[in-house]
Ligand binder design. Sequence first.
Ligand code: AMP
Length: 299
Amino acid sequence: MSLVVVGSLAFDTIETPYGRRERIVGGSCTYFSLAASFFTHPKIVGAVGEDFPEEVISLFKKRGIDTQGLEIKAGKTFHWEALYGEDPNQRKTIKTELNVFKDFSPQLPKSYQDADIVFLANIDPDLQDDIVSQVKKPKIVAMDTINLWINTKPRSLLRVLEKIDMFFANEEEIRMLTEEPNIIKAGKKILSKGPSYAAIKKGEHGAMVLGKDFIFSVLAHPCENVIDPTGAGDSFGGGFMGYLDKVKSFSQREIRRAAVYGSVLASFTIEDFGIERLRSLTPQEIENRFLQFKRLVSF
Ligand code: AMP
């Protein structure tokens, strides 16, 4: 099978109780593809400016990520600034500078058009829509988003929602989008619009997957020092979809296991700033933590 992801590649300025980092590499596509690369060879679609480090593009290639759909444009890379308080589940966006994404019109390379799985990571919903229309016959299309798009482009977002199979969002976003405070009801509202699954991320409380006939809950790995929560959601998505691409099955059993692998990848990302922990991560560490998750909920 093959997995295509469209999303942001970014410079992030992040402040958490553990420190501040200026313009470190981030972005929804970056976290997603690095996490997914432990299971498969994701094909990325996105744009960066000429200021984006060559070294990170080499890292993508080294990890088996296909960068044919990555455009290097004249101008500056997307920049996002966020502030986290003591509660890692709460963050404040200080700044979003779209830069090269302002006039980005993605063109899927031919070799991407037969993708089996498409992940529309957090990016302008009009770009997400554009990508969906360029893929021939995907088996599963999933999407993620962020509050900025729920607030500024709700119609575009709802149009994409009707075309997809799996919706990823955090608690705050799904409540905002559905105007429903109870997340089970909110998830069911999403399913009534077309998707077969809603994956609701709950930060340090784990995640929940709602299907038409099942609910699955997964805990988050107990982590005492959340250094930088940025990218946890995208790493969850990358582990989740990367695993599904690897096992070539969308059975309920595999979807449950995919949610656990998603949580495992997210639990590593938050242990350091930016993509640092994903750089040093090994398959053995992933398997060990997967087994720890099993022990955690065994009774
Ligand atoms: P997460 O912590 O998984 O929700 O995702 C954080 C990543 O999303 C950061 O690395 C940002 O660069 C990226 N990001 C933040 N806002 C946006 C936006 N409006 N569009 C696209 N990507 C964004």
